[in-house]
Design a protein around this ligand. Structure first.
Ligand SMILES: O=C(O)COP(=O)(O)O
Ligand SMILES: [Mg+2]
Length: 226
């Protein structure tokens, strides 16, 4: 197979794109439920919501709140998650080989997530990514988070490249919205987390990708979305 021609920088979303965070999130939620005498939730019930952040997850974990999630509960979720992070889940199949291929091609990769930066940084050492991840922008790094383009533009600026020299891979509509607004090719990670009624083909991404290994065939048939 000929070497892939990656862009100068490939930026990735974290939850649902690089990291299968659902098992860590499930452990978090079930600890909180157990502390209240409630039985465990099933992975399938939580998984579609995992890319949506701590508030959404707390709401799914405690449906009796009717979506009214107190700030203290979100804090408890984040504190508990910090203890479970990296203990249960792992990378999606094909991610390690993909990152190695990007590096072997002389390109760089980084992470732009809506997860709080400190939590995202916590996963780097265990994965051996400290020196490899060229940039990491979290949901609280800047005044704006995805779907705003600022985190992606900031990542490109940190690396000294134009937005058009990057690409962004993410599993949520807000990832694709952010990338398009930033002027970056937007790739939809179909292996990630979403509700059954969501239609990723309608998100306006440049290409839908079935699995991380498909990105080894870069350049993909990127189309300019209408
Ligand atoms: O934890 C979140 O808020 C979502 O994280 P993501 O942006 O990496 O999907
Ligand atoms: Mg995600």
């Amino acid at each position: 197979m000929s070497a892939a021609a990656f862009p100068k920088v490939v930026l990735f979303d974290l939850d649902g794109t690089l990291l299968d965070s659902a098992p860590d999130m499930l452990a978090t939620v079930n600890r909180m439920r157990a502390a209240r005498g409630q039985g465990p939730m099933a992975l399938e019930a939580l998984r579609p919501h995992v890319s949506r952040g701590s508030r959404a997850m707390s709401s799914v974990a405690f449906p009796e709140l009717g979506g009214e999630v107190p700030a203290a509960l979100v804090r408890e979720f984040l504190d508990t998650y910090a203890q479970e992070l990296g203990r249960h889940g792992g990378l999606f199949d094909g991610v390690p080989a993909l990152l190695e291929a990007i590096e072997a091609a002389g390109s760089r990769w980084g992470i732009v997530t809506n997860k709080p930066e400190a939590l995202a940084r916590q996963v780097l050492p265990g994965l051996g990514w400290d020196a490899r991840c060229a940039v990491l922008v979290g949901g609280d790094t800047l005044p704006e988070r995805k779907p705003h383009p600022l985190p992606l533009l900031h990542a490109a600026q940190q690396l000294g490249v134009a937005a058009a020299e990057c690409a962004y891979v993410g599993d949520d509509a807000r990832d694709i919205e952010a990338a398009r607004a930033a002027g970056m090719p937007a790739l939809v990670a179909l292996w990630g987390y979403r509700l059954p009624d969501e239609e990723p083909a309608a998100w306006g991404g440049d290409v839908l990708v079935q699995a991380p290994r498909d990105l080894l065939r870069w350049p993909l048939p990127l189309q300019t979305a209408p």
